[in-house]
Structures are given as C-alpha cells and as structure tokens.
Design a protein around this ligand. Structure first.
Ligand code: NAD
Ligand code: UGA
Length: 461
C-alpha cells in the first residue's frame, strides 16, 4: 500500500472494543484514507488480521473484510504508526483508578499519558490528536500541555470525538449514528482541525447529525450521556423493588410511562442491573470530578445511580437464596448468560460476576452457560473457577439443576424448550428471570416456580 495514494493517514492507538470497530467503519466508508490500528497487545493485533477477531460483534467481520488489505491495517508498530499518521485517534482503556488519590472513582489515566509520551517520542511532524476514549472533562488541557511541551517544535492540536456506540449494535451505531460529536478549541488551528474530522465523517454521516462544540463540552457530554442512560435503568430498577411489594408489574409501569413522549420508551427495561465497562466507571468519574470542584450534592446525586445498581444486583441474588428455602448449599444452579448484555462476549462489570461469586459463597454448585462469553467468564472467576462448571449448551447445563437464572437477554434463551428442560431438573424447579425475557405464565404452567424482576412471583407453594 503506497502511502501517497491516500488523502490522509489516520492512526488509532488501541485496538479494543472501540478502536477496532470504529476504525474498521471509517476505513470502509472512507477509501481515500489509510487507517492503521495499533495496540501494545500483539495477540490482539494478530487476531485482528484473521477471521477469528478478538471481539464478538455482529457484522464486524464483514466490515473488516471489506477494508482490510485495502486501506485498513492492523499493526504492532506503535512508533511507526504515530510517525506516519496525520490524525491520531486514541482509544486506549481508561479504567477506574484502583490505587492512590481518587482510588475507586477517578479515571486511571496512566495508559492515556503513556500514549501522550509515546506520541511526543515518535512524532516528527504536526498532528491532530483525537480523544476517542472517554475522559474526565479538561483532559485535553493536560494532554495539550504534555504534548506541546515537546522540544521538537511540533504542534499537536487536541480534539475530543467521544464514541457513543453500544456493544452488540456497534456496527449499526457506527454506520447510522444519531450524532457525531466533535469538540475542538475555537482558535484558527482548532477550527481547521475540527473541519478535518468533520470531513472524515461526512463521507457517510449527514452534516446535520454532526455536532461541533468546544473541547470541554464534548468531553463532558460523553460522561453525561452515559450517566443519563444509567440513571434511567437505576430509576426503573428502584421502582421494580416497589412493584414486587405492591403487585404492580414493572413492564406495565415502563410501558405506561414510556408512552409519554417526554420520557420515551428506551432504557426502561428493568433487569438484574446494568453492567459493562463504562456506565459505572464513567459515573464514578463524574462523581469524582464534582467532588474535586466542591459540588458534593451533585456528586452524591450521581453516585446514587451506581449504589442503586449495586442494590439491585444484591437484591436479585438474595431473593434467589431466600426463595430456595434460604439455602442453596450443594444445589445446582445454572446461570443462563454471563455477558453483560446480549450479542457480545464482553463480561466487564457483568452483574453475573457478582451473582456467581455470591452463589459460590453460599456453596452452590454453579454452572455457567453463555454462547459467547465463557472464555471471559473463566477469567473473571479465575480464583473460584476450579469449582465452577462451564457449559455452552443450556440443555446439558440444566440437567439435574435445582434452579436457572437468566443473566443475559440472549435471543436463544427465549426459544428454549422449557418443557424438556423442566423434565430433567430437580423438583421443585426454580427459574429467576433477571431480564424478564421469558414467558412467565407458560413456565409456571409447565411447573416452574417463577421469579421475574419487578413482577409478582408465581410459586406452586
Ligand atoms: P479495550 O480495553 O477493549 O481497548 C483498549 C486497548 O488499548 C487495549 O487493547 C489495550 O491493549 C490498548 N492500549 C492500552 N495502552 C496502550 C498504549 N500505550 N499503546 C497502544 N495500545 C494501548 O477498551 P474499549 O472498550 O475499547 O474502551 C476504550 C475507551 O473507549 C474507554 O475510554 C472507554 O470508556 C471508551 N468507550 C468504550 C465503549 C465500549 O462500548 N466498550 C463505548 C464508548 C466509549
Ligand atoms: C453504553 C451506551 O449505551 C453507549 O452509548 C456508550 O457508548 C457505551 O455505554 C460506552 O460508553 O461504553 P453498552 O454499555 O455497550 O453501551 O450497552 P448498553 O446497551 O447501554 O447496556 C448497558 C447495560 O445496561 C447492559 O448491562 C444492559 O443489559 C443494561 N440495560 C440496558 C438494562 O438493564 N435495561 C435497559 O433498559 C437497557
């Protein structure tokens, strides 16, 4: 691939859930741009070069295949990619800090800063640096100071272009985004750089969907979008607890309130709790920033969204134990699903991790089933994995079980032959539907004792 045939050279540092799919779509939609994705994890890069991609995401392989070998390259040569790129997207991980000041809340920016230092070291020309990772508001300021303190006379213009894709629907979200947000400084150089990023997206996104702002608004909007989405789930989950006390049905309540255009129907599905690598981390990050600025009431308000989620997960597993006569010791319990949501193999912060650990503490015989996430489940539970059975086939997993608990809303669980499953289970047989995806009335008629979320339990005794 000769460099000069391309209009611009884009590099992306970080080939994870965001870097990989985002760059694959940019490459597929912008044949004039050369897109190189790099990562320090060589195993991951090798996998991106095969048909066995390092992440499961519907439609991803088709998009990768469309561009790979033409204008999409995966490489472990971070320095060369930095040097050769005009525009560098940075999509490294920004987890919650586990040590020192801000531990448990603040974003751990070590990967971010390591990247900045690498950029200075490897660059020999001006570049546009685009924050794709989710970062605390005003990170671009720190980035700008670190980068532009270089002694080579190189100018780095730092922009924010946060990513809003959701896992499981990443390709659809990237191909048809509701909006693209691009924040830049409002200086001549900043505005020129902003236009360069706008020019990439207008290859397939209507200009009316591209929002531009200053850098700080873009950085903060990403944190706020996740906080609002998670807040809706915690709000409906808080009401699910009240439904269980009052014989109201959470699905009816969600539907009734969601038909109000001002509220809307999305993100009102009550569940065992939200998971995923970002909601909790981004809210805690927001909380930390508010505390930093002395806004303790604001911090507490948002922190309650995370606390409510923890309560919901705890409540779910405690209700399981209670329903099964207050003991699950040596009872075989099957978790149907371990991914934090359907259509992904990602298990980061999955409620199933907490549920599994708690059931093991209670000395249950635990079986975990999932169509895509068993490898990650083994890693998440590595300290107790020896005592856990991992079985992809839900029918085999359910044989001789006392209880099933739906943790992930996989489509295939809705279509299982529960009559057949019931026949092979110990009696009384229990089913706990942490996603409210099953036909509860039918399950009850088959003979199960059924425990949904936010709806009356249906028990035969
Ligand atoms: P990820 O862990 O899947 O990927 C990050 C990658 O960066 C890893 O492969 C890691 O090896 C690599 N990396 C770290 N330091 C590096 C360095 N110095 N040089 C080269 N590579 C390096 O994380 P992710 O889920 O893709 O998330 C990345 C960022 O995007 C986070 O800030 C996250 O909050 C944000 N985000 C994630 C999602 C999502 O759905 N996962 C959606 C929107 C935004
Ligand atoms: C979320 C946001 O939806 C994305 O816009 C954002 O880019 C991304 O976080 C991020 O920054 O990482 P994601 O976590 O991939 O995306 O998936 P969601 O569909 O938002 O689901 C998050 C969790 O909430 C899942 O555990 C899901 O099962 C749960 N959920 C979702 C509910 O319990 N109820 C709902 O009504 C919706």
């Amino acid at each position: 691939m000769a460099k000069k045939q391309f209009k611009k050279r884009i590099g992306c540092i970080g080939a994870g859930y965001v870097g990989g799919p985002t760059m694959a779509v940019i490459a597929a939609q912008c044949p004039d741009y050369l897109v190189t994705v790099v990562d320090i994890n060589e195993k991951k890069i090798s996998a991106w070069k095969t048909d066995d991609l390092p992440i499961f995401e519907p439609g991803l392989l088709d998009i990768v295949k469309k561009a790979r070998g033409k204008n999409l390259v995966f490489s472990s040569d971070v320095d060369a990619t930095i040097r050769d790129s005009d525009i560098l997207f940075v999509s490294v991980n920004t987890p919650t800090k586990t040590f020192g000041e801000g531990a448990g809340k603040a974003a751990d920016l070590q990967y971010w800063e390591a990247t900045a230092r690498n950029i200075i070291k490897a660059s020999d020309s001006d570049k546009i640096i685009v924050e794709k990772s989710t970062l605390p508001v005003r990170t671009a300021d720190a980035m700008d100071r670190i980068l532009n303190a270089n002694k080579k006379g190189i100018h780095f213009e730092v922009l924010s272009n946060p990513e809003f894709l959701a896992e499981g629907t990443a390709i659809k979200d990237l191909l048809h985004p509701e909006r693209v947000l691009i924040g830049s400084r409002e200086t001549r150089r900043g505005l020129e750089a902003r236009q360069e990023i706008v020019d990439i997206y207008t290859n397939w996104v209507d200009r009316s969907r591209i929002i531009t702002s200053n850098v700080w608004s873009a950085e903060l909007s990403k944190l706020v979008a996740n906080a609002f989405l998670a807040q809706r789930i915690s709000s409906i989950n808080s009401i699910s607890a009240l439904c269980e006390k009052t014989e109201a049905d959470i699905s009816d309540v969600s539907y009734a309130i969601g038909t109000d255009r001002r509220i809307g129907p999305e993100f009102l599905d009550s569940s065992v709790g939200f998971g995923g690598s970002c909601f909790k981390k981004d809210i805690l990050n927001l909380v930390y920033i508010c505390e930093h600025y002395g806004l303790s009431e604001v911090a507490q308000y948002w922190e309650s969204v995370v606390r409510m989620n923890e309560y919901q997960i705890r409540r779910f597993v405690n209700a399981m134990v209670q329903a099964m006569f207050s003991t699950v010791a040596r009872k075989k319990i099957v978790l149907l699903g371990f991914a934090f949501k359907a259509d992904t193999g990602d298990t980061r912060e999955s409620p199933a991790i907490y549920v599994a650990r708690k059931l093991m503490d209670e000395q249950a015989n635990l079986v975990i089933s999932d169509p895509q996430a068993l490898e990650n489940a083994r890693l998440d539970l590595r300290e107790i994995a020896a005592g856990v059975e991992f079985e992809k086939d839900p029918y085999k997993a359910a044989k001789g079980a006392h209880a099933l608990a739906v943790m992930t809303e996989w489509q295939e669980y809705k279509n299982l032959d529960f009559k057949k499953i019931f026949m092979g289970m110990e009696k009384p047989a229990f089913i706990f539907d942490g996603r409210n995806i099953l036909d509860h009335k039918l399950l009850f008629e088959i003979g199960f004792n059924v425990y949904p979320v936010g709806k009356p339990a249906m028990s035969h005794f």
